[in-house]
Write a protein that binds this ligand. Sequence first.
Ligand code: PMP
Ligand code: GLN
Length: 381
Amino acid sequence: SSARLDGLGTTIFAEMSALALRTGAINLGQGFPDTDGPAPVIEAAALTVRDGGHHQYAPGLGIPALREAIAEHQRRWYDVELDPEREIVVTTGATEAIAAALLGLVDPGDEVIALEPYYDSYVAMIQMAGGTRVPVTLRAPDFRLPIDELRAAVTDRTTAILLNTPHNPTGAVLRREELEAIAQLARDRDLVVISDEVYEHLTFGAPHIPIATLPGMRERTITISSIGKSFSLTGWKIGWATGPADLVRSVMGVKQFLSYTSGAPLQPAAALALGQDASYFDEFRARLQRQRDQLCEGLASVGFEVYVPEGTYFATTDVRPLGFEDGLDFCRRLPELAGVVAVPHEVFYDDRAAGRPLVRWAFCKRPEVLDEAVHRLQRLV
Ligand code: PMP
Ligand code: GLN
């Protein structure tokens, strides 16, 4: 292998899903829902596949109808105006958008500030771009942004801040004052912000605020999202990056050589998904919030210390009240001990000690599945 892969190993999500399959454990590890999203959207995709017309390469930027729908979505929810011809690129999930943004905007030797615990592809793609990651750690119990540490992390080599809100794995949703501090730093130090907002519709009370909506930020922010989380269609891998034309051009410059273009037959239905009416989003959010509460109450009843998330698919616990010290070791033994799979925070940190006792549990599962998981976890006590 090339040096680009040094230390990256196999993603924890693949390791833990394989463990669940092998042991028959309930998979609360990898974040994917067990209920597929909106029937009319799936029906539209089926019709597109059957009727044809979208089986050959889509335009590199994505089909016009999807770019229009992304522009309309950003206008409707955030009052952001985008030119679908120059300021939007459709990607193969948010994952490709993250990869293309980092490869297109980071030079070898550049420093990229990222919130730790990190979503694992950030580490991999900063490394592949030749950049150096500089962590700013969100710490239990409330996982707020330590603004002084963020300021101290900026050097003359910093070129970008990679954000994620709502934040995986902690479930934190960045507040306006935290975003303002980041924005001020970005403006003062002339930094690009890459903002991963795939959980934008999964907030439970705290509002989601795209950093691109703050003064002076539209022109320096690449905003990334995808269809997967908002519409329970994680396997579709349709995502996008939006922002000013010069930054989007850099993302497209890489994307054209990574995949050239993305999943043409699913793009019309992705456009339909983005236009779902308000009741869809309300019901979806309410359902996930009930599942969050159900799982958090269940985990607390077993004896874990639970950090109830403000957003995302994930709740975090400290495993020490149950007599465990190390979350990675706990997760590797959990299928055998209790027939459940979860994900250790530890692997998402440079400062591994900060994440050692923490474990992430996905609640994007049917109530009966969550119930059975909690029931099994009683075996731990
Ligand atoms: N970013 C974060 C924070 C995620 O949790 C995920 C999860 N899958 C992704 C990006 C990747 O999104 P996609 O599946 O659209 O590539
Ligand atoms: N985003 C999901 C998670 O965090 C799935 C990630 C993946 O499988 N790459 O669990």
